[in-house]
Design a protein around this ligand. Structure first.
Ligand SMILES: [Zn+2]
Length: 193
């Protein structure tokens, strides 16, 4: 990767934010035992990859549908779908075996932070959306993510209130959204990554 590819732009800043907060969600999901947070972390990390690829593409002044970039996006999307599927299956297994446990307030707070991070990223991308189609797609996606982040908030909140099954149920719903947004064969879809 050359220097020019890594010159900061809003997409790369969004990518860094997604990776940092996604990493935090993944870490806390393991400490607190929250499937919903694990699912949110996988989604946030997937946005990190998507924004990173777009940011590098912008700096290199290449088309997002350039053959090599397209191939890379298909590989990344396939990995994301496979991870989300694993999260969904393990959450379903937890429900089936009736092993879900209630959560503490930390998981709820970190899930709420996810809404703020997606909202913040959407706001940051909004300012450039008029001049650049790439940015308006990413803005719409991040906005939709801010709304879908409430799935994890709801699941962790209910699990903290004693409804343990709400956490894995939210994980399954969240993983389904992640898969729907990242289907590798729908790469031309405007509303995807
Ligand atoms: Zn997303």
């Amino acid at each position: 990767m050359n220097k020019q590819a890594l010159k900061p732009n809003r997409m790369l800043i969004a990518s860094a934010v997604n990776f940092i907060y996604g990493g935090a969600e993944l870490a806390v999901s393991q400490m607190e035992g929250s499937h919903a947070l694990l699912s949110a972390g996988v989604h946030e990390t997937s946005d990190g990859f998507a924004h990173g690829i777009k940011g590098v593409t912008e700096n290199l002044q290449k088309d997002l549908h350039d053959r090599r970039i397209r191939r890379l996006r298909v590989v990344v999307r396939s990995m994301i779908c496979a991870s989300a599927l694993l999260v969904g299956v393990s959450a379903a297994e937890e429900l089936r075996q009736d092993r879900a446990e209630t959560l503490g307030p930390t998981a709820v707070l970190v899930a709420l932070g996810g809404v703020a991070v997606h909202g913040g990223v959407a706001a940051m991308l909004y300012t450039k959306r008029e001049e650049n189609g790439l940015y308006s797609d990413a803005f719409r996606h991040a906005g939709a993510d801010a709304l879908s982040s409430f799935i994890a908030v709801g699941g962790t909140y209910l699990a903290a209130r004693g409804y343990a099954d709400a956490d894995p149920a939210a994980a399954i719903a969240g993983a389904s959204v992640t898969i729907a947004l990242n289907l590798p064969w729908r790469i031309h879809d405007q509303h995807g990554h």
